[in-house]
Design a protein around this ligand. Structure first.
Ligand code: NAP
Ligand code: F7E
Length: 359
């Protein structure tokens, strides 16, 4: 019997961590994930693939750790001895990074350096190569210097989050060139799914829409609706991460659809799905603005297409629809023919939630 390849994922409980775990398990890997200790469990996205480790054949294992805790990262690396590490852990909310810049930079920037240092020492001592994937972001392009953005486009980060990602990007390049690490940067544009965090704009819209239809929410408060993003489907994007680590040589790749759409267009399609007019529900609130905005992102995925053979499989409209459908279903609502669902404001069930209002 052959020993399965072992992968270690930081951020395993996140949107991408959950899809990547599914993909790696399908490919026969043994998957180890780092989770943070929290007072309430937050493993919802991976509960369906988790198996009791006491059971023979279990292939998903979880370890407590944190990107701000270098000792534990080293200990987990030594214990797991993975052949691939995917660094997906991050305080990944751009708006929140303005509120908590030190922590964001520690987890995103220094966290990446801690892993690179641990790999460097581990490889030096054991002679075993560990392939490393760094979750870079289109936010690094910020105030864009070229349209569309590609691997060679200069970075111009516009938030503490993006500055930390630029730092992590260059450290990854630096460790590749200085110590021969098989280290890749994925420069991923926005990717979404029904598992997207509830305060990112796409999920905020689809979740609020479902609550409006269910009579649990009257209004949706939002910030800048003019920003444009290149939105793809998260399940497609984790495949690109894996492909990067299967190549002969390490490299950096833009992963995007090559299309851009505004928040207004997202609202049009989402509310249009249930025959509602978003203008009747959406209100402006300045708390959702950022001190500096990224107005336009559109990626050129040509290199990923030619070298990795990667292509997005879901169109923008399909993405919006699948997210709306999932949130309606989550509220126990099934759209009728022609997608009409009549919203009823039921004051007895109108519930403000923390999730509905925090940035
Ligand atoms: P996400 O849903 O916000 O998940 C982030 C993950 O990181 C969660 O598992 C979270 O754990 C974990 N985490 C947060 N702080 C940590 C810390 N200090 N130590 C260890 N783990 C920590 O993000 P995502 O959308 O899956 O994105 C995955 C990665 O890709 C992130 O690095 C993100 O910055 C980057 N990225 C995302 C996109 C996108 O559009 N989704 C695009 C480009 C790049 P908890 O569950 O405990 O919070
Ligand atoms: O904002 C505007 C907001 O928070 C998108 C992260 O995964 O992708 C994500 O970062 C746009 C911005 O994502 C609201 O101003 C308007 O222009 O969904 P978002 P993001 O900032 O693009 C990149 C690639 C990452 O790497 C990040 O980790 O939508 N917007 N009104 C709003 N945004 C939010 N969140 N909430 C609003 O009410």
């Amino acid at each position: 019997m052959t020993t399965p390849k072992r992968a270690l994922i930081t951020g395993v409980t996140g949107q991408d961590g959950s899809y990547l775990s599914e993909l790696l398990l399908e490919q026969g890997y043994e998957v180890h994930g780092i989770i943070r200790r929290t007072s309430t469990f937050n493993t919802d996205r991976i509960d369906h693939i988790y198996e009791d480790p006491h059971q023979e054949g279990a292939r998903l294992f979880l370890h407590y750790g944190d990107l701000t805790d270098g000792t534990t990262l080293r200990r987990v690396l030594e214990a797991v001895q993975p052949v691939e590490i995917y660094n997906l852990g991050a305080q990944s909310h751009v708006r929140v990074s303005f509120d908590c810049p030190e922590y964001t930079v520690d987890a995103v920037g220094m966290g990446t350096l801690r892993i690179l240092e641990a790999i460097r020492d581990y490889q030096h001592r054991t002679g075993i190569q560990v392939r490393f994937y760094q979750a870079g972001s289109s936010e690094m392009f910020g105030l864009v210097q070229e349209v569309p953005q590609r691997e060679t486009t200069p970075f111009y980060p516009r938030s503490p989050y993006a500055c930390a990602k630029v730092y992590a990007h260059w450290q990854t390049v630096n460790y590749r060139e200085s110590y021969g690490l098989f280290a890749c940067n994925g420069i991923l544009f926005n990717h979404e799914s029904p598992r997207r965090g509830e305060t990112f704009v796409t999920r905020k819209i689809t979740r609020a829409l479902a609550r409006i239809v269910a009579g649990q929410q009257k209004k949706l408060y939002m910030g800048n609706l003019d920003a444009k993003r290149d939105w793809g489907y998260a399940k497609d994007y984790v495949k690109a991460m894996w492909l990067m680590l299967q190549q002969e040589a390490p490299d950096d790749y833009v992963v995007a659809t090559g299309e851009t759409h505004s928040i207004r267009e997202f609202l049009d399609i989402a509310f249009g799905y249930v025959n509602l007019n978003w203008q009747d529900y959406v209100e402006f609130d300045e708390r959702y603005l950022r001190p500096a905005e990224v107005d336009l992102l559109i990626g050129d995925p040509a290199k990923a297409k030619t070298q990795l053979g990667w292509e997005p499989s879901v169109t923008f409209e399909q993405l919006v629809h699948l997210m709306v459908e999932a949130d309606l279903k989550g509220m126990g609502l099934v759209p009728l023919n022609g997608h009409s669902v009549q919203p009823v404001i039921d004051t007895a069930t109108l519930r403000p939630t923390v999730l509905s209002s925090l940035p």
